[in-house]
Write a protein that binds this ligand. Sequence first.
Ligand code: ZN
Length: 171
Amino acid sequence: MGRSVNYLSGATHVSYMDTSEYGMRSKASCEVCDEYYMEEEANECCGKTLSYRIEYDEFSGRYDFDYLIEDFQSKMMDRFKSLEICEEHDGRETSIVLENSLVELGISEYCGLTSFSVRPKDSLYEYTPDLTGLAKRNAEHIGKWMSENIGDIQKIGSFSNGEGVYERKTK
Ligand SMILES: [Zn+2]
């Protein structure tokens, strides 16, 4: 796999997950009445047998991804009580979905690969350097647990064009 997915700039830790199956559903459509069927919900329509095939469904894709975000948020908040849900953007392609006073965590998706990243909120502490060290330690602490518990893919290197090289984690 050689693909690139965004993550928070300045991240101390990044985890990756294969989400290429997200939104893929067994679907069939009736040529006569244009009705759609999902997940083998009916065998025939208008007297004709329906043939199902696996294809991308946009609504299901959003549903799967929303579920992934909620699952990530609840796992991280269960482990780290200081984290709270937030809805922000880093100005690129990463959504910031969790934060505390020191760090923020983001999610980004590209071509079936999703990244989870954590970074210290250094911009907030430009004039209070003592907090920068604290924020970095908090990011290390949270990021270490995230690396071990979130994601099923790891980055093993990069091509010269900047594209990442990934492989499935062995469990
Ligand atoms: Zn029909």
